[in-house]
Design a protein around this ligand. Structure first.
Ligand SMILES: Cc1cc2nc3c(=O)[nH]c(=O)nc-3n(C[C@H](O)[C@H](O)[C@H](O)COP(=O)(O)OP(=O)(O)OC[C@H]3O[C@@H](n4cnc5c(N)ncnc54)[C@H](O)[C@@H]3O)c2cc1C
Length: 237
């Protein structure tokens, strides 16, 4: 159910040059599904209210504490406020909302989580859910970042990894510092080599990030023979 919530920032850390992780502490439980987002209502210095949506990165088991992973956009209206937030600041939001959640059918299949930048965020919460519900198939993260310094959540994913899940984690860099890496380019460039032939008909593909990436990935998947009903999308812009 969508409701208004008050919360406080209890952790604020830089994940890289332009992405921050904020942990919000709530005074009442928030029940949400992995993959959903909240809408934060900010007030800018002119007193004007602006609302922005942010996916939840943490486990659904943590009902009083939420992790968000936010890209600070240069001159972005909300980004300009978020970059000046401090520990202890109050954050008001409404939520949870969104239909970008794992289906029961997906849990019986191989799953691909395909993202660029902070589009990886809802997949961290979904990964917790897969672990908690005993998922036993193959899960492949295909994440696009600019360079080695921009990579997000690799440590968290590796530390959550359980032996039952056959986990593959591929970071594709568009402008790598090390020019000799194999995965240099954009996520859509590598789909035909990463996805096995037998997985094309029988897997579910979850894609999250900016529209251009989502369109390119969806088009590529369809060229490879993946059907609409196997694809699930969350657009950030
Ligand atoms: C359902 C949903 C969930 C979202 N979850 C997240 C999240 O978990 N983390 C997050 O960082 N953003 C997320 N966003 C985007 C977020 O809501 C804001 O649009 C973003 O933070 C920019 O707001 P702003 O006011 O700073 O910029 P604005 O002044 O509104 O400028 C918008 C510009 O930023 C670009 N932009 C928006 N999001 C991104 C991004 N993530 N990376 C690069 N460019 C971007 C847009 O293309 C546009 O050009 C989500 C959006 C939606 C619709």
């Amino acid at each position: 159910m969508i409701k208004k919530y008050e919360s406080k920032i209890v952790k604020y850390e830089h994940m890289n040059n332009s992405v921050i992780k904020i942990t919000l502490m709530l005074e009442e439980d928030l029940n949400f599904k992995a993959g959903q987002y909240i809408t934060i209502v900010f007030t800018n210095p002119d007193g004007e209210r602006i609302s922005r949506m942010y996916s939840i990165a943490s486990s659904t088991k943590d009902k009083r504490s939420l992790d968000l992973c936010i890209k600070l956009i240069e001159n972005g209206s909300a980004s300009n406020i978020i970059k000046n937030l401090k520990l202890g600041n109050d954050i008001f939001f409404v939520g949870p909302a969104g239909k970008f959640v794992l289906t029961e059918e997906s849990k019986e299949k191989d799953i691909f989580f395909i993202s660029s930048g902070t589009g990886i965020t809802p997949f961290i919460s979904m990964f917790h859910e897969l672990i908690d519900t005993g998922y036993k198939n193959t899960l492949t993260f295909i994440n696009g970042f600019r360079d080695e310094n921009d990579i997000l959540f690799t440590k968290e994913i590796s530390s959550l990894r359980k032996n039952d899940i056959n986990l593959k984690l591929l970071n594709i860099l568009s402008r790598p510092l090390n020019q000799n890496i194999i995965y240099k380019g954009h996520v859509q460039d590598f789909l035909s080599t990463i996805i096995l032939k037998r997985q094309l008909q029988n897997s579910h593909f979850y894609i999250c990030g900016l529209k251009d990436m989502i369109d390119s990935v969806s088009l590529k998947l369809k060229e490879l023979g993946v059907k609409d009903e196997q694809i699930f999308l969350e657009e950030y812009d």
